[in-house]
Write a protein that binds this ligand. Structure first.
Ligand code: TYD
Ligand code: MG
Length: 451
């Protein structure tokens, strides 16, 4: 076999035939490594096959349900035969669990499935699988790190679904570089995507992320696969968010909510994220609605203000620390609420991140409520961006937010003076032009007691 060498950037995966000091792709210095490339890597594909275009839509519609409703929803109905999905996230977030659940569901439905484990022994995989329930007879496992062996197995078995856990651990003996290197991961993904297409196998590649949350290995991995799904969540919490970042055959930006329980991951109704408006009123708690993908989520924003020993701390959990700093400055300058000597903690209850500017008003109101010790009625939901002049600015998707607030029991929604809004029955919509006015309103409302 003929082979040649190329130079691959460790940072972004850009290749260059010659070594250069600075990567032409991402401009990082000294980031190019020499890699040996086998000439035969792409010969497994039949290059000149044609298809009759009017039949393409039909065969593409074979969606394989993963058995996890929220994942199916993100995928636009399920995994597609012949397509490759990259599933990535931080260690411990639940990638192996989610992949295994899909394998179990399809095996239970009588489909042939194959797990290629490159990181754990069959015993370890079986232990995890038993936590999820009885193991269906059709769930086959092979443990290997060899790309060639994996490709051969898929060609021989032609499973409906094959999971590679993980693609980062797969390597090709014929390449000179170490497992996990850019050239190895790209080569593995390329060959596995190719065989998945040939055998009409739905392929799931599990991928790792680095410390800063980026996909380990080359970014080019994202270009090779059809679909990229990220699992997000705090590994010590139970909430998980699955999100399609790229989707060749369905919607992108769609989000799904899952909960990690002792029997694996299960669908989480969005109503479980916050207590409903109408529970007991407590100072420092304000509801808002955040939009993510095509969905709207009710979020409970909480703030706590406490005397400080030493330099005051600002802690933001699942809300933006920049937006929190901005709100504190606006509260001091425009609303006479000064917390500059106090510790301020702000968070969302339930664990969903709410970092968009539309959350500003709830965040500012929560801090004001905590600092001035008044409770905001829980029947009230606040939505709006706060500007530096203390003005409330229009937000996108307002009608959707108001509808969701109403659906979950709010009787009043405070919104910015400007912004398009269709009529929503059964909820009082109050327009405010400034944060100060919204605080007065929330205060007055609180004096009347819960609605
Ligand atoms: P895992 O799927 O191994 O994560 P990853 O492959 O992304 O590294 O699961 C990680 C965590 O999930 C682990 O700490 C144990 C926990 N877990 C449960 O809580 N319930 C379960 O049923 C399973 C299988 C795992
Ligand atoms: Mg794993």
């Amino acid at each position: 076999m003929k082979s040649h060498s190329i130079h691959v950037c460790r940072e972004c995966g850009t290749t260059s035939p010659r070594w250069v000091g600075r990567c032409p792709g991402c401009e990082a210095w000294n980031s190019l490594d020499e890699e040996v490339v086998a000439k035969t890597t792409s010969t497994t594909r039949s290059p000149h096959a044609t298809v009759s275009l009017h039949r393409v839509g039909d065969e593409n519609e074979t969606r394989l349900s993963t058995g996890v409703g929220e994942l199916d929803r993100v995928l636009g109905g399920g995994l597609l035969a012949g397509s490759t999905t990259l599933l990535f996230g931080e260690p411990g977030v639940g990638k192996s669990t989610l992949a295994l659940m899909s394998l179990r569901a399809l095996a239970t439905a009588g489909q042939s499935v194959l797990l290629i484990g490159a990181e754990e022994s069959a015993t370890q995989v079986a232990q995890r699988a038993r936590r999820l329930g009885a193991i269906p007879a059709g769930l086959e496992v092979a443990t290997t790190t060899s790309v060639g062996a994996a490709v051969a197995l898929i060609e021989e078995r032609r499973p409906a679904l094959c999971v590679i856990d993980s693609v980062s651990a797969m390597s090709d003996e014929e390449l000179g570089s170490v497992a996990g290197s850019v050239a190895q991961v790209r080569n593995a993904a390329e060959r596995l995507c190719g065989v998945a297409k040939e055998t009409a196998t739905a392929l799931v590649l599990v991928g790792h992320v680095t410390k800063d949350g980026e996909l380990a290995g080359p970014r080019t991995l994202e270009h090779l696969v059809d679909t990229v799904v990220r699992i997000e969540g705090d590994r010590y919490g139970t909430l998980r968010v699955v999100r399609a970042l790229k989707h060749r055959f369905g919607p992108t930006g769609e989000v799904g909510l899952l909960e990690m329980v002792s029997e694996g991951l299960r669908d989480l109704p969005e109503t479980a994220l916050a207590r409903h408006p109408g529970d007991d009123d407590v100072a420092g708690v304000v509801f808002t609605v955040t939009n993510d993908g095509s969905r709207s989520f009710l979020v409970e924003v909480q703030a706590l203000v406490a005397s400080s020993s030493g330099s005051p701390r600002r802690v933001a959990h699942q809300v933006s620390s920049q937006r929190l700093a901005l709100m504190l400055a606006v509260l001091e300058a425009r609303c006479d609420i000064d917390v500059s000597d106090l510790d301020v903690f702000a968070a969302t209850a339930g664990g969903l991140a709410a970092t968009e500017p539309a959350v500003d008003l709830a965040l500012a109101l929560a801090v004001a409520s905590a600092a001035a010790s008044f409770a905001v009625a829980r029947s009230m939901v606040a939505v709006g961006e706060v500007g530096l002049a203390g003005e409330l600015r229009a937000v996108s998707g307002l009608t959707r937010r108001v509808r969701e607030a109403r659906r979950l029991g709010a009787t009043r929604v405070v919104v910015p003076a400007a912004g398009e809004l269709e009529a929503v029955d059964g909820v009082e919509v109050t327009r405010c032009s400034t944060l100060a006015a919204a605080i007065e309103l929330a205060r007055g409302r609180a004096d009347e007691g819960p609605a």
